[in-house]
Design a protein around this ligand. Structure first.
Ligand code: NAD
Length: 494
């Protein structure tokens, strides 16, 4: 099976597949260092062309006047196309991001499911007829914003792209998608499929390139009326400032340093399996990675040893090998950053319980590999316990009682996710309500439903993705008053 073919020298700009006018960048397979494609970035003039064409297409009666069920059918056809090419898309994403095929297959299925969900949501979405206080009928209608800027990171491109494109199109908009520099291929493939499935091409432009150039040009473009961002908190602040200056809405799904908590009464097998999955799947490159692992002091060493044994047994290797659990990091630069953060943890006084050095096995020599790593012996306010590493590195932390646990778990700028492992549902619910997080999993971790809104609190985000309400997030609300009185307004003649 070949990956989905994307001509690397063409990008879709406002309905026209053309050569990117910006600098080239190499897409590298992080499992072996091979250059798989060289992509030409967009330049700001192409961003402008895409925005103008998108704005025109959004008000074209051929699109604007489509009835909701007709737009829904179009989204269904995109889902069909994704499913039809699922294996090729998964392979393309594995080669571009290093993720295992099991993971990329799940992401591709999730992207198709997202288009189907927003198709169904659009078919069944209803309006409001608020009670009026006069002789008039009042209506609240929802209209497309026009052009939406969607900016996504490199860890799960097709799924994060779909979570923005599908509701934005359902809402009637055009989308300018800016994928991450290193991983644009599956986003370009998605645009090709969407256009072939009948999405008017000017409604979906994919504009790869450096964030500070292409992402910035999208965010500042006067025709872009909303920003939907997923990425790091630092970038989120930059985009939040631009949105504030321009007075446009912005949703932000940002970073995390999520606690995963084992209670004394937890089922240990269940907790260990879930914690290992929560921190090490996707090689830790997950915003919701359960990277701070809280263990009760009384059972600390027993649980730590179980986790270390489980982590050490996870096979590191290329994402195309079915036995692999830990694929390479997405880029060599990111692998080196993760390694440097573990070195800094050593300087902070961490004890390396497992992993902690770049593997020296010959079979891994050409790839951006890093082993599953567990650390302990650090104070909860150490940099390693506070800063997102975004790699296969978890820190073990003991706690004394529930209050100590809650204090430690909430002592972070982030608030994205949390896992709780306990046999006591009362304790689970009590803790779930006390932890500052957008999502709490109880006796499970990193499970997602497209129907369930996803958001972060504190520095982890603003607004929510997913769920039916996301369509409304890509629309403007307008109030209509229809006069029912038969007499003119009395004031002028009074
Ligand atoms: P990043 O913030 O560096 O980049 C994300 C996107 O923003 C990329 O497309 C990038 O090119 C663009 N960008 C960068 N600077 C920009 C600027 N000045 N103006 C406009 N666009 C700009 O993040 P990353 O390194 O690609 O991804 C990792 C981060 O994403 C982690 O912090 C992770 O937690 C976060 N993330 C969050 C979620 C979530 O849903 N909460 C999901 C996945 C990843």
């Amino acid at each position: 099976m070949q990956p989905f073919p994307v001509p690397p020298d063409e990008i879709p700009v406002g309905g026209d597949w053309q050569r990117g006018a910006g600098p080239t960048s190499a897409c590298v397979d992080p499992a072996d260092g091979e250059v798989i494609a060289t992509v030409h970035a967009a330049d700001p003039a192409q961003v402008d062309a895409a925005a103008r064409a998108g704005a025109g297409a959004a008000v074209d009666p051929a699109w604007r006047d489509l009835l909701p069920h007709q737009r829904a059918h179009m989204l269904d056809r995109v889902a069909d196309a994704i499913e039809h090419h699922a294996e090729q898309l998964a392979l393309l994403q594995t080669r571009n991001t290093g993720k295992t095929l099991g993971e990329t297959r799940a992401l591709v299925a999730s992207a198709a499911g997202t288009f189907r969900y927003y198709s169904a949501a659009l078919e069944t979405l209803e309006g409001e007829l608020p009670p009026s206080r006069g002789a008039h009928l009042t209506m609240s209608v929802h209209e497309p914003i026009g052009v939406v800027g969607a900016i996504t990171p490199w860890n799960s491109p097709i799924a994060s792209d779909a979570q923005k494109i599908a509701p934005a199109l359902a809402a009637g908009n055009a989308v300018l998608l800016k994928p991450a520099e290193a991983t644009p291929l599956v986003s370009l493939a998605l645009a090709r499929l969407a256009h072939d499935a009948g999405v008017p091409p000017a409604l979906l432009s994919v504009l790869p390139g450096p964030g500070a150039v292409v992402g910035d040009a999208i965010a500042r473009h006067p025709l872009v009326g909303k920003l939907a961002f997923t990425g790091g908190t630092t970038t989120g602040r930059v985009l939040g400032r631009i949105a504030a200056e321009r007075i446009i809405p912005v949703t932000m799904e940002l970073g995390g340093k999520s606690p995963t908590i084992v209670c004394e009464d937890a089922d240990v097998d269940e907790a260990v399996a879930g914690i290992l999955y929560g921190i090490f799947s996707s090689t830790g490159q997950s915003c919701v990675a359960g990277s701070r692992i809280f263990l009760p002091r009384k059972r600390y060493e027993e649980l730590a040893q179980r986790l270390v044994a489980g982590a050490t047994a996870l096979r590191v290797g290329p994402g195309t090998d079915p036995a692999t659990r830990i694929g390479p990091l997405a880029t060599f630069a990111h692998r080196d950053k993760v390694a440097a953060m573990v070195d800094r943890a050593r300087e902070e006084g961490a004890r390396i319980r497992c992993g902690g050095t770049i593997p020296d096995e010959a079979r891994l020599a050409r790839g951006a590999f890093y082993p599953p790593t567990l650390l302990d012996g650090l104070a909860p306010d150490a940099k390693t316990c506070q800063e997102e590493i975004f790699g296969p590195v978890g820190v073990l932390l003991p706690y004394d009682d529930e209050d100590d646990l809650v204090t430690q778990a909430n002592a972070t700028v982030y608030g994205l996710a949390c896992g709780i492992w306990t046999a006591d549902y009362r304790r689970a619910l009590r803790l779930a309500r006390r932890i500052e997080a957008g999502t709490v999993w109880i006796n499970t971790y990193k499970q997602f439903s497209i129907s369930t809104p996803f958001s972060g609190v504190k520095d982890s985000g603003l607004g929510a993705d997913k769920g039916r309400a996301a369509i409304r997030g890509y629309q403007r609300q307008k109030s209509l008053y229809l006069n029912l009185a038969t007499e003119p307004i009395a004031w002028a003649g009074a």
